[in-house]
Design a binder for this molecule. Structure first.
Ligand code: AIR
Length: 209
């Protein structure tokens, strides 16, 4: 059975903190079995996060990008702990072929803003929930950008992570009809789910009454 894998930047001799999205091409594994899919497409979305501790939330964003078959790259970059890396990444992102940046951070969450200050690519910010202030700190740090440097800020936590990917898909779908069709199907499926929930609720109420 075909097994999907992520081809890390290690494989490409690049930054080990990043990973590319799944690919369409099959490759032979160590035993020569024709069973591993590796990425051959260039990523169009970059997902950056302030720490690997953000990953449990960011995973939802990545899953959604994969669901929509959007090639992405994910990496840890900190606006405060690795500012030079953050600057270099954002200022070269457009030239590298990225079309949307997604930045997740918690606390003094300046990552999305710093990215946005160094590129004209659309930047989507995910505020990560924090134990001390519930993510209000991350939200305010991400959303309260000065005029001139926009960050499209989504909700705190998991809902925001999913919506960041959907928003990226919507931006890319402006020039991609296949992706637009997938978004339409996604909305239709969501409507069906709500209709089922409504039917179940009405049955329950009728049973109780
Ligand atoms: N962070 C990292 N550099 C700058 C910021 N704001 C954030 C991370 C994470 C939080 O600090 O995005 O949400 C805690 O990181 P850690 O590595 O201590 O778990």
């Amino acid at each position: 059975m075909a097994r999907r894998t992520k081809k890390s930047e290690d494989d490409a001799g690049k930054d080990p903190s990043s990973s590319k999205s799944k690919s369409k091409a099959k490759a032979k594994d160590a035993k020569g079995a024709d069973s591993i899919e590796v990425d051959t497409r260039d990523p169009v979305v970059a997902v950056v996060m302030g720490s690997d501790s953000d990953f449990p939330v960011v995973a939802g964003c990545i899953e959604t990008l994969e669901e929509f078959d959007i090639p992405y790259e994910a990496r840890v970059v900190s606006a405060h702990r690795t500012p030079e890396k953050a600057h270099k990444f954002a200022s070269t992102a457009r030239l590298k072929g990225f079309r949307v940046l997604i930045a997740a951070a918690g606390g003094a969450a300046h990552l999305a803003g710093v990215m946005a200050s160094l590129t004209t690519l659309p930047v989507i910010g995910i505020p990560i929930q924090t134990p001390t202030l519930g993510g209000a700190d991350s939200l305010y740090s991400t959303v309260q950008m000065p005029a001139g440097v926009p960050v499209a800020t989504v909700a705190i936590g998991k809902a925001g992570a999913t919506n960041a990917a959907l928003l990226a898909a919507e931006i890319l779908a402006l020039s991609d009809d296949t992706l637009h069709d997938r978004l339409q199907s996604f909305r239709a499926a969501m409507r069906r789910t709500v209709a089922q929930k409504n039917a179940r609720l009405r049955e329950k109420i009728a049973d109780n009454g």
